[in-house]
Design a protein around this ligand. Sequence first.
Ligand code: NDP
Length: 485
Amino acid sequence: MTLKDDLWYPSDCCLIDGEWRAPIGGARIDLVDPSDGGHLCQVARGTDGDIDTAVKAAQSALDGEWGRMTAVDRGRVLTRIGQLVLERTEELARIETRDVGKPLTQARNDVIALARYMEFYGGAADKVHGETIPFQDGYTVYTLREPHGVTGHIVPWNYPMQIIGRSVGAALAMGNAAVLKPAEEACLTALAFAAIALEAGLPRGALNVVPGLGEEAGAALTAHPGVHHISFTGSVNTGSLVQTAAARNVIPVTLELGGKSPQLVFNDADIDRALPFLVNAGIQNAGQTCSASSRILVQRGVFDEVRDRMAEKYRALRVGPAMSDMDVGPLVSSRQKDIVNGFLSRANDLKIAGQARLPDDLPQAGAYVAPTLLAPVDADHALAQQEIFGPVQVIIPFDDEEDAVRIANGTEFGLVASVWSADGGRQMRLAKRLHAGQVFLNNYGAAGGVELPFGGVGKSGHGREKGFEALYGFSTVKTVAAWHG
Ligand code: NDP
């Protein structure tokens, strides 16, 4: 089955105001299959004119049917989208697998997560409300929770469906109208999602999708004066550009910028339970995960055991084309492969504790990197400080709790952290002391948890997505003070 068999919508168009439209400039971008370097299809190269039309369509939706819809009905539409997403699980998974090189099982999990976001935010749409506030005699005061208006969503290529689910889902639940700029390397499922949303009854203009280059369509979206909120997931550098553009228009931003997330393994940890989490959190999606755990901090008493057992797992990892559904597929592009290999070329002074083998028959033009475990690594080494965004983990030894906290908090990031220990007091102490937006105790990632607020501190960004917190972020509070004597 070819990609064309799965594309039931015009994938080289933008979706604006409920219509499939060729980009105004007429230009297209060629997509490459990262598994073998072959040509996949073309997508629209939207520019500022398309963004402008999309923002205006979103505003019209707010002034029209979408803006008048009750919260209950918005919730019903979102829930229906979730159902239709699930019905198309296999098509969506195959599209994503070919587009970004994600092994099929992992792509299926992304589809299920997208559906789950729609169910969650569909159910939550009518459950966020204002308050009445006791005030001076003669007044009745209450608050209204209102949408920002037009929300801009800039989504990266690593988890397109999950990130669309958590940001667009929450924004629509609160009654915003969205303009989505997916990554140029990963816009096929964004367009598929929008097609499904229309089919589910989402009014025209409530969700508009403009594929294109970051510096063209993305920059135009962040600078547009008709946008009232921006949510961005991606690199620190681009996030900083997005925040600067938002500052010019004085609008709020949510930034999720990745990390260098640690797992802390103490001498008293249940290592049998920890092991799969330690490795999977580094190699899932070939390490291209904002909340990947790229630093494993291990207390000296169990250092050799953890290193050796992780190394054994690395050697057993199967790497192959994404459609063959191995443990690890290619990276998203040869550009990303070059970035990761650039990091590895700076690891000549480090010991490889374990490495997966790249099979001899892998397509030459595929973007493959052998999953690599480095140990021991000094906490200040570049590979222990910077986000690599590939299947590379470092193991850093530590002496005691104090030392572990110092190392764990010793990067500019703070997205996720976990503690593996049987000591309940230590778990509670570290949950407070670790700089991170999420702390896991004797687990990692909580299976993605759409209900769990997610976001970073420091250079990992600010604002929270997922759970009810996202609904607060995608809305604003109006206070009404009525004097009646
Ligand atoms: P970027 O941050 O540049 O891209 C993320 C999104 O921003 C994409 O949709 C991109 O569009 C868009 N974008 C790019 N430039 C602009 C701009 N000037 N204004 C508005 N939007 C823009 O990440 P890269 O894809 O370049 O990846 C580089 C590194 O970023 C990775 O190695 C990784 O370290 C990190 N990263 C982190 C992610 C996370 O989940 N936190 C996700 C992706 C990357 P387009 O791709 O079409 O140019």
